[in-house]
Every structure is written in structure tokens, then in C-alpha cells.
Design a protein around this ligand. Structure first.
Ligand SMILES: Nc1nc2c(c(=O)[nH]1)N[C@H]1C(S)=C(S)[C@@H](COP(=O)(O)OP(=O)(O)OC[C@H]3O[C@@H](n4cnc5c(N)ncnc54)[C@H](O)[C@@H]3O)O[C@H]1N2
Ligand code: MOO
Length: 413
């Protein structure tokens, strides 16, 4: 098995995948997906001058030199609720009762909040403070002017973004549809959770793990299946699942063991391999192939290795299908621990960040546990031990790739 460097393998795999054509989707359904076009504001917010307070719309001039002892008495000529239009133009000596969000009547140029007023009798109001022109009025476009660039293609559609689109009057949004993903776990030793397992058996945990990772990457999981380490059973399951999905992800049977049939069966079915083994730890046996129109990602069985291989290959492919490339934040850190390392390989070591008293940022890197499972729980990112070097000692400086707050950039279709 010739092992490609991580960066080369990723580029080869990604270059071969075209983003899906965009579709219009109802806003709520689009949660978590990615915008496929730039959006400019279709209207100003607010759309006309409105009151920012419950109170009275007045002419500011009518309130000069007043106080609680010497209020200005105005005639109340109108009541304006949010969503309703004024019925009168305000004349000198007049006020309109007005509520938050209601449009300002012509002739008025200030709002007096109701706490600064007294109603002596119906139809009259005493104004107890002086207000300058513009007071508590939200002018047209105060929040947003029509035509302002709002959102860029590639923007992830979080709740707040959907709210913004709805406030522009949109019911639908242009996104690239979520890829349909089928997941297949292989291995004779595997037993489904919820049923008894003997000591030599292993609870199957990759289906839920990989399906959850796929969902986190915006995918729609359409099938979760198991296969024994049996060439014929595997072949027919692989064939069936490729028909059902944009991406098939397998786990286990990816290495060089006698019963590691996955890659062999894919080849027999006519898959062409873009990547077959990567100088990456964990995750070395990962492969990416194409079978008809389906992208196939072969992950190692070891859960921790499957996690890293998914993160480095399946996730960027799923995102690219949705028209985006993820750019993670990278920070320089010092390693709190050494690592014995094979030169030529990239090691991605899960860890957390810690800023010490001297202001230096350190990565607390985690030891690979047996199933390489726990190391990923609450990890903040990967310390990237680059291929050009062998062993690392505590205090060595490396890049740390953070999982939080990535940027999503649109890719050219
Ligand atoms: N002679 C060599 N042996 C191995 C090599 C090698 O280069 N030469 N590579 C090693 C590396 S690196 C990895 S990673 C593993 C991965 O191999 P496979 O993809 O074939 O994985 P399996 O052998 O099927 O399983 C490995 C391990 O993970 C457990 N497993 C598998 N599937 C699941 C599942 N769905 N849920 C939970 N646990 C699972 C399985 O029981 C094994 O313990 O190969 C090395 N060998
Ligand atoms: O590279 Mo394997 O993927 O060490 O666990």
C-alpha cells in the first residue's frame, strides 16, 4: 500500500467531487445547511419611521420649556397601533397616542414616552418633559437599508440567519441539498447494542458514531447497516447501498487482514480508488473511491481512527457536496507532552487548550486509549504533528486546529 501525504490525498479526493445543484428549501428545513447565493437586503428595517416607545407622537416644538409643574396640554387626535396607519396629520397643539413599532404620523417629529405624561381627562394629555426632534423615533433603515449586502454564499443557516431571511419576507432559501449518506459497519466480532455480548465480542458503535458525525456535517442519513466479514454478503450489501446514497461510508475491514474484504469487493464492483491509504495517524487505512455516481469513503474500524479519517475525508466531501469548504482556526501551541512519531506521517492528536500564566498557549494532548474513543470526548481540536519530523518532546511548538467557530467558504461548482 503506497501512502499518500494527507494534503495530497485530501486534494485528490475533493477535486473529484462536484457540489450538488442548488434547490430552494423552506427556511426551517434549511437549518444547518449552507446558503448557495449572496443575499442583499430586499427592504429597509424599519420600512418607515416608527415609534420606539409606547407614548405620544408630538411636535417637539410643543414641548419646549415644560416640566411636571408646568406641562404642555395637547389634544389627543388619533391612536396609532403597530401595523396600522395614522388617520391624521398632526397639527400644532396636537398629540397622537402611539405604541412601539407603530408608524409616525406626518407632522410629528418626536415621541414622549407615556411615563412622562398625565391624562387630565379623556382626549387630552399633559406632557411633562421637553423632547428634542427625533426623540424615540426609529428612522427608516435604522437597522438595515434596502440593498445592503446581508449574507454571503457559504453562510451556515443558523437560527439567527433564518430569522434574518424571514424578516426580508423570504419563505424559502437557496441551498445545496444535504447529501444522502448510507453507513455500513463490517466485522464478525460486532454485536448490536441492547443485546448480550460475550467477552470476545464487541459492541457495534461505529454506526451511531458515523451517522452522528455525518449529521453534524449536514448530511441526511438514509441507511445504517451491518455486514459480516463475508465476501459475498459484503458485495451484495455494498452494491445495494451505493444505489441508495450520494455517499457510502464503510467502517472496518479496511486494513490488510485476511478478512479485510471491503476494498477488494469495492474494486470487484468497479469502484475506482482516488485515495487508498494515507500517511495519517490515526486513520491510515482510509480510502476514497467512486462507484457510479456514489462517493465511497472507507474508514478503519477502530472508532478513534474512524473518527479522524471521517473528519479529514468524509466531512470535507460532505461539505463540498453542499458547496462549501471549511476553514478551521489554527493557533500555535506548545505540546504538554512528547510523542514518538513516524516521520512522513501527519499525526492528528486530540487535545484541549490551556493558556498558562506566562500567556503561552499549551495543548494538553491525549493519549490514544484502547478503542481510541475517549480521546475525542470534549476535545477542542487536533495538535497537528507534521510529516516532516519524527519525535516531539514536551514544549515543542506545533499548529493546533480548532473545531470551534470554523468559517465556511463557497467553492466553485
Ligand atoms: N498488519 C497490519 N495490521 C494492521 C495495519 C497494518 O498496516 N498492517 N493497520 C492497522 C491500523 S492503522 C488500523 S486503524 C486497523 C484498522 O483496520 P480495519 O479497518 O481493518 O478494522 P478492523 O480490523 O475491522 O477493526 C479494528 C478494531 O476496531 C473494532 N471495530 C471495528 N468495527 C467496529 C464497530 N463498528 N464498532 C466498534 N468497534 C469496531 C474492531 O473490533 C477492532 O478492534 O488495522 C490495523 N492493523
Ligand atoms: O492509523 Mo490506525 O488508523 O493507527 O489506528
Amino acid at each position: 500500500m503506497s501512502l499518500a501525504p494527507l494534503a495530497t490525498a485530501r486534494k485528490t479526493a475533493l477535486d473529484a467531487l462536484r457540489p450538488a445543484p442548488p434547490v430552494r428549501m423552506p427556511l426551517l428545513e434549511a437549518l444547518g445547511h449552507f446558503l448557495a447565493q449572496d443575499v442583499t437586503a430586499a427592504r429597509s428595517l424599519p420600512g418607515c419611521p416608527v415609534s420606539a416607545m409606547d407614548g405620544y407622537a408630538v411636535r417637539a416644538e410643543d414641548t419646549s420649556d415644560v416640566n411636571r409643574d408646568r406641562p404642555a396640554r395637547l389634544r389627543v387626535v388619533d391612536t396609532i397601533y403597530a401595523g396600522h396607519l395614522p388617520s391624521r396629520v398632526l397639527q400644532p397643539g396636537e398629540a397622537s397616542r402611539i405604541f412601539t413599532g407603530a408608524p409616525l404620523p406626518e407632522g410629528a417629529n418626536a415621541i414622549v414616552r407615556q411615563e412622562a405624561t398625565v391624562v387630565p381627562e379623556a382626549g387630552l394629555v399633559d406632557i411633562c418633559i421637553s423632547v428634542p426632534p427625533g426623540k424615540d423615533i426609529r428612522p427608516t433603515g435604522e437597522d438595515l437599508l434596502a440593498g445592503t449586502p446581508l449574507l454571503r454564499a457559504g453562510q451556515r443557516l443558523e437560527a439567527s440567519v433564518l430569522g434574518v431571511l424571514a424578516s426580508m419576507g423570504d419563505t424559502h432559501v437557496l441551498v445545496r441539498p444535504p447529501p444522502r449518506v448510507a453507513v455500513l459497519a463490517t466485522g464478525d466480532e460486532l454485536v448490536s447494542p441492547g443485546t448480550p455480548a460475550l467477552p470476545h465480542q464487541v459492541y457495534e458503535s461505529n454506526l451511531v458514531l458515523v451517522a452522528a458525525l455525518a449529521r453534524e456535517a449536514g448530511a441526511h442519513v438514509v441507511a445504517l447497516e451491518r455486514s459480516r466479514d463475508d465476501a459475498e454478503a459484503l458485495r451484495s450489501t455494498l452494491q445495494r447501498l451505493t444505489g441508495e446514497a450520494d455517499m457510502l461510508i464503510t467502517t472496518g475491514g479496511a486494513s490488510v487482514g485476511e478478512k479485510d474484504f471491503v476494498k477488494r469487493m469495492l474494486s470487484e464492483l468497479g469502484a475506482s480508488f482516488l485515495v487508498d491509504g494515507v500517511a495519517l495517524k490515526p486513520g491510515k487505512p482510509v480510502a476514497v473511491a467512486r462507484l457510479g455516481t456514489t462517493a465511497v469513503v472507507v474508514l478503519p474500524g477502530t472508532p478513534g481512527a474512524a473518527t479522524v479519517a471521517f473528519d479529514q475525508f468524509a466531512r470535507p466531501l460532505l461539505l463540498r457536496h453542499q458547496g462549501v469548504a471549511e476553514e478551521r482556526q489554527r493557533v500555535r501551541v506548545r505540546l504538554d507532552d512528547g510523542r514518538h512519531k513516524q516521520a512522513g506521517f501527519t499525526y492528528l492528536v486530540s487535545g484541549t487548550l490551556e493558556t498558562r500564566e506566562d500567556g503561552q498557549v499549551w495543548a494538553r494532548i491525549r493519549t490514544q486509549d484502547f478503542g481510541q474513543h475517549l480521546q475525542n470526548v470534549d476535545a477542542e481540536g487536533y495538535a497537528v504533528l507534521p510529516p516532516g519530523r519524527a519525535d516531539f518532546v514536551p514544549g515543542d511548538e506545533v499548529d493546533f486546529e480548532r473545531f470551534d467557530r470554523p468559517r465556511f467558504l463557497p467553492v466553485e461548482p
